[in-house]
Design a protein around this ligand. Sequence first.
Ligand code: IPM
Ligand code: MG
Length: 368
Amino acid sequence: MSNPSLLILAGDGIGPEVMTEVKKIINWYGEKRDMPFDVSEDLVGGSAYDAHGTPLHDDTMAKAQEVDAVLLGAVGGPQYDSLDFSVKPERGLLRLRKEMDLFANLRPAQCFDALADFSSLKKDVVAGLDIMIVRELTSGIYFGEPRGIIEEGNERVGINTQRYTESEIARVARSAFEMARRRNNKVCSMEKANVMESGILWRDVVTEIHQAEYPDVELSHMYADAGAMQLCRWPKQFDVIVTDNLFGDLLSDAAAMLTGSLGMLPSASLGAPMANGRPKALYEPVHGSAPDIAGQGKANPIACVLSFAMALRYSFDQGAEADRLENAVEKVLADGLRTADLLGEEGAQPVSTSEMGDAIIAALDASL
Ligand code: IPM
Ligand code: MG
């Protein structure tokens, strides 16, 4: 049997730096755990635009469809702000999500004990936090038609459309219920059924799937604005949150910050199973390309490292090895290692991106 295949798309800004550390870890698994991966690399985002005039070359898209998992760094940067909308770096990422049909975006927000003091919220609000946001990723207002900027009378009108079919809602609801069964068996669904028809349908379909297929899971509903408030007030009331593409984008950034830093949080974007039984999958940190600190060795590689841990768990059925990697991250944090994003104003000396990566490798070695 051939080795599992990975396509690495490091992207822009801090993407390549954090991915360098992940590549060390991939090699470690090959050498020390006898888990070799066939790794190929390609361009996405601004770097693809610079090389090919498009944020995602068709050949790259085709490769992404064939591999067992895609690992992505980050896309975007100020030098691309003035580009036409259709070739902006973000379009490359959105095309990958859409064409691979990665409808379920898993965004865990976990607070490591060592960082509980660092959250902008009180320690008792965040200590031990472990929630999972399941964000719909291939539909809703991100992709709905009609869209555009049109002329109407003597002014311009910006148009986007929120659109969800029953089957789109049903499949992501199932992902959320399945996830809940593996965790604390609770789902909270968030929409705005008080103002949006798509929200009414969302609530109906989630309720129908629940009654028909997952009556054992505890289900509640919340308006998304109230959900944002509750996330800040008492986030530990949640286990799994399921929500649409745009609300999920907002709520997951907010949830990420509860844990101390956006530099910590991984994500998995999963689609339907392929012929080999593995889901179509792309793994990426929740953070962006952070152009202000790019190239300086300041970036925190942990979100990207933990994204690879999610790949081990969800694509390669290596839950124990994913635990090993997550424990290694927990160990270096407990030992006091901090990249710059994890230090307050007058904090101690931060470690660099590569020092953090090396420390995680050392902790992996120590785990054997
Ligand atoms: C995210 C990002 C993306 C999104 C951007 C880069 C297109 O914010 O993954 O959360 O809006 O989905
Ligand atoms: Mg976002």
